[in-house]
Write a protein that binds this ligand. Structure first.
Ligand SMILES: Nc1ncnc2c1ncn2[C@@H]1O[C@H](COP(=O)(O)OP(=O)(O)OP(=O)(O)O)[C@@H](O)[C@H]1O
Ligand SMILES: CC(C)(CO)[C@@H](O)C(=O)[O-]
Ligand code: BAL
Length: 283
C-alpha cells in the first residue's frame, strides 16, 4: 500500500494506472476509519482493479470552527486498517495543497436545491464544501467508480446529481448503513460519546424504526409521526434536532404519490450530532 501526500505524485500514479487500463475505485473519507468505511472499501475492491482511499478532513465543509478543530485525526491507525484490507493507495493531502489560497478564494461547485435543504439548512455551506472536494477528488483520481455510504443519504443524492449534471463518467455506488449490534449507525463522531451517552445513542434508530412502522400503518399523519418521534427522542435523553419524512427520490415533501419515503433523523447527544435514515418502499 502506497501513501501519497502530494498532487504531482498522485497524478503520476494515476496516469500510469490508466495507461495500464486499470479500473480505479475511489473511496472518499475524512479518516478515523471504522467498519462502515471498511464496507465501502470491500465494495470498491469487488468492483475495480485498484482502490484509492482518500483521507482528508475537508475544512470547506465544516460550518463550525470547533467541529473542524476537534474532528479526530488518526492517520497512522487508519493506514494500518487499510493495509489489512489490501488497499492499493491512500491519498492524504495537506489542506494547503488542496486549497493553496484558503477555502474562501477557492473555486467551488454548488449543487442547487439539494445543497440548501435539510442538512444543508442545519449546516450552511456544508454541501458546497462536499461537492467541491468530491469534484476535485474526481478530477485528481479519475476513478471509474466511487463509493459513498447511505448513512449520509442527502450527500449521496447530492453526489449523484453532481455527477449527472457535470457529465462525470463515474459510477456512484451507494453502500448500505453499517450498524453496531444495538442498531447505532457507525460514525466517527460516535467517539465523542461518553459511556453513558453511548448506552442512550441506539434510541435514535429505535425511534426511527417506530416511525417506519407508523408510516406503513397509515393511521397517523406524517406531522403526527414526527411530533411523536421528537418527543420520544427527548424522553430518551437525546435532543431532537431535525426529524423529517420526505420523498426518497426527490427529497421534497412526501405525498400520497411518493413511491418511496425516507425518514431522516438528526439529534444531539452531548457533543455529538448523530444522524440516521431509513428508506421505506411504499409500492
Ligand atoms: N455506518 C456507516 N455505514 C456506511 N457508510 C458509512 C458509515 N459511516 C460513514 N460512512 C460513509 O463513509 C464515507 C466517509 O464518511 P466519514 O469519513 O465522514 O465518516 P463518518 O463516520 O460518517 O464520520 P462523521 O459522520 O462523524 O463525519 C461517507 O461516504 C459515509 O457515508
Ligand atoms: C465525502 C466526504 C469524504 C467529502 O469530504 C465527506 O463528506 C464524508 O466523509 O462523508
Ligand atoms: N460524513 C459526513 C461528513 C461531515 O459530517 O462533514
Amino acid at each position: 500500500m502506497l501513501i501519497i501526500e502530494t498532487l504531482p505524485l498522485l497524478r503520476q500514479h494515476i496516469r500510469r494506472l490508466r495507461q495500464e487500463g486499470k479500473r480505479i475505485a475511489l473511496v472518499p473519507t475524512m479518516g478515523n476509519l471504522h467498519d462502515g468505511h471498511m464496507k465501502l472499501v470491500e465494495e470498491a475492491k469487488a468492483r475495480a482493479d485498484v482502490v484509492v482511499v482518500s483521507i482528508f478532513v475537508n475544512p470547506m465543509q465544516f460550518d463550525r470552527a470547533d467541529d473542524l478543530a476537534r474532528y479526530p485525526r488518526t492517520l497512522q491507525e487508519d493506514c494500518e486498517k487499510l493495509k489489512k484490507h489490501h488497499v492499493d493507495f491512500v491519498f492524504s493531502p495537506a489542506p494547503a495543497d488542496i486549497y493553496p489560497k484558503g477555502t474562501e478564494e477557492a473555486t467551488y461547485v454548488d449543487v442547487p436545491g439539494i445543497s440548501t435543504m435539510l442538512e444543508g439548512a442545519s449546516r450552511p455551506g456544508h454541501f458546497r464544501g462536499v461537492s467541491t472536494i468530491v469534484s476535485k477528488l474526481f478530477n485528481l483520481v479519475q476513478p471509474d467508480i466511487a463509493c459513498f455510504g447511505e448513512k449520509d443519504f442527502q450527500q449521496l443524492a447530492l453526489i449523484r446529481k453532481m455527477v449527472a449534471d457535470m457529465g462525470y463518467d463515474i459510477e456512484v455506488v451507494g453502500v448500505p448503513i453499517v450498524r453496531a449490534k444495538d442498531g447505532l449507525a457507525l460514525s466517527s463522531r460516535n467517539g465523542y460519546l461518553t459511556a453513558d451517552q453511548r448506552k442512550i445513542a441506539p434510541g435514535l434508530s429505535k425511534v426511527m424504526n417506530s416511525m417506519a412502522e407508523q408510516l406503513v400503518a397509515k393511521a397517523l399523519t406524517a406531522e403526527e409521526i414526527i411530533a411523536l418521534a421528537e418527543q420520544a427522542l427527548n424522553d430518551k435523553g437525546l435532543r431532537a434536532d431535525d426529524v423529517q419524512i420526505r420523498d426518497a427520490d426527490t427529497l421534497l415533501e412526501y405525498t400520497d404519490a411518493s413511491k418511496r419515503a425516507v425518514i431522516l433523523v438528526a439529534a444531539w447527544l452531548g457533543q455529538a450530532r448523530l444522524i440516521d435514515n431509513k428508506v421505506i418502499d411504499l409500492a
